[in-house]
Design a protein around this ligand. Structure first.
Ligand SMILES: Cc1cc2nc3c(=O)[nH]c(=O)nc-3n(C[C@H](O)[C@H](O)[C@H](O)COP(=O)(O)OP(=O)(O)OC[C@H]3O[C@@H](n4cnc5c(N)ncnc54)[C@H](O)[C@@H]3O)c2cc1C
Ligand code: SF4
Ligand code: SF4
Length: 429
């Protein structure tokens, strides 16, 4: 059976009362640095060559194409977070059950389906066999979005469903995706030929395979199968929720990171360069939100999306406190010392509980926390690529990443920036 023959015709999902469907997709074509975003499963897998952020991304050109201008390093925070019109702290007045935070990402999808602005929302639902495993779905009526709430760990071929969506006659689509998926989507947007695409992005860092993630859960609880929720919060704690309603908070410094193998996080996720999803119309995250959500409205379509929530969403100004230089410098030292593994040996064990308690009070908070995380990710990209894939550096590392790491004494060595240098000299506007 061809993948297309498993696909329902337009409108069937709604007629049958099925709010979401998971069309069959082709096998992935093996690639070296790859998060299986779905492009290699398309009819023409060679599209990876022009779509992949791990091959030869061109962020200035893509930002200009999507937002009308590339990031402007003179504007506050654009060097770190990419182009944006406004940045807000946000919370749904009525948080949605099962959501990762208050449910803004999936509520935006519901709104688009309720108003008929889109034929379908392309996003992830939990795999029926393993609720931590993401499974790409096409959601065709608003009630289906509730099943997509929450974070799953791992990769699944989201973009492979673009062709089935086209085959079903869908013309207007919304996509909720992580940065490596959104980069490829934007690179192919024109040739895909949809009438309209709404792109809702979430930040992403430290993803890993679902299998690896289960081994992490097993270190956190004697009954890992009862963990239903996990989040690395901006107050330096991991929050766990359990099936019986119990909650547990673990300071970052007391996580059993030293027990994880050095390759726990795949090289893709240690070296990708877009933490904040700069090519989305709106980024829905939490890093700069000090306990609430953090939105970056990047263009007119992002304004339209946020506007659709009306009074359902409470917006406030983001705050910023503390200084990131010390923690980011410490992170660089630990990353170098860890020799390609996980940065864990920065502090004697007896100090960890004390510092774990102090960090939420004295560490970088709000936007300063988000800047620190973006700089740490940039440092990881440079250090890990230099160690493991030096030949890729000149193509994979955009100029703004070198600017982010420069204050910490990291600079391009011979050949690491050669070809990007010419490209990145383009005017930013
Ligand atoms: C692996 C991962 C790492 C993240 N790291 C950060 C971070 O460091 N900082 C930060 O600010 N935010 C991060 N986020 C985003 C954050 O966890 C929330 O998803 C986001 O803040 C939206 O919250 P919400 O309540 O509005 O989402 P909800 O309304 O609950 O919707 C969540 C959406 O995310 C989609 N989704 C869930 N898992 C995946 C997945 N594995 N791949 C693709 N899509 C998925 C769902 O399908 C759903 O559409 C990360 C997300 C993922 C998936
Ligand atoms: S991440 Fe996507 S675009 Fe890149 S190689 Fe893998 S399938 Fe292709
Ligand atoms: S960390 Fe980067 S490469 Fe890994 S899944 Fe997230 S966006 Fe993709």
């Amino acid at each position: 059976m061809s993948p297309e023959s498993a696909i329902a015709p337009v409108g069937r999902a709604r007629r049958d009362g099925e709010p979401l469907s998971a069309p069959k997709v082709r096998q992935a074509v093996p690639r070296s640095l790859c998060t299986d975003c779905g492009v290699s499963r398309m009819a023409d897998p060679k599209r990876c060559g022009r779509a992949c952020q791990f091959i030869q991304p061109d962020y200035p050109a893509m930002e200009a194409k999507v937002h009308g201008r590339a990031r402007d390093r003179q504007r506050p925070d654009e060097l770190h977070f990419g182009p944006y019109r406004r940045m807000v702290r946000a919370a749904l007045a009525a948080p949605r059950p099962g959501a990762q935070w208050t449910g803004i990402a999936t509520r935006l999808g519901e709104k688009l389906l309720e108003s008929g602005q889109v034929d379908a929302v392309l996003t992830m639902a939990p795999d029926p066999e393993d609720s931590w495993k993401p499974r790409p779905v096409l959601v065709t009526s608003a009630e289906g979005m509730a099943q997509c709430r929450g974070m799953r760990m791992g990769y699944a071929p989201l973009l492979a469903l673009l062709e089935p969506a086209k085959a079903r006659g869908f013309k207007r689509l919304a996509i909720i995706g992580i940065p490596c998926q959104v980069y490829a989507l934007r690179a192919l947007e024109e040739e895909l030929g949809f009438e309209r695409l709404y792109v809702i992005g979430t930040p992403c860092s430290d993803n890993t395979t679902t299998e690896n993630f289960h081994s992490f859960l097993a270190l956190l609880s004697e009954r890992p199968e009862t963990i239903t929720y996990l989040e690395f919060r901006a107050d330096y704690h991991v929050e766990l929720r359990f099936a019986d309603g119990a909650k547990r908070e673990i300071p970052f410094l007391q996580l059993p990171i030293s027990k994880l193998p050095g390759d726990f996080f795949p090289l893709t996720c240690r070296t990708c360069v877009d933490y904040t999803n700069v090519l989305a119309d709106i980024t829905v995250g939490y890093m700069g939100g000090e306990g609430e959500q953090w939105l970056l409205v990047r263009n007119a379509r992002g304004e339209e999306l946020l506007g659709s929530l009306g009074g359902e969403v409470v917006l406030t100004e983001p705050g910023s406190a503390g200084k990131r230089t010390g923690p980011v410098t410490g992170f660089l030292k630990n990353t170098m010392r860890a020799a390609g593994g996980l940065p864990v040996r920065g502090m004697p064990n007896f100090l960890r509980p004390l510092v774990g308690k102090l960090m939420p009070k004295i560490g970088p908070r709000g936007l300063e926390f988000a800047r620190a995380r973006v700089e740490m990710k940039a440092i990881e990209s440079v250090v890990h690529l230099r160690r493991q894939e030096p030949a890729r550096m000149k193509h994979m590392i955009p100029a703004h990443v070198w600017d982010l790491v420069e204050p910490y004494g990291l600079a391009p060595e011979a050949g690491e920036r050669a070809e990007t240098a010419e490209r990145d000299k383009r005017p930013v506007d």
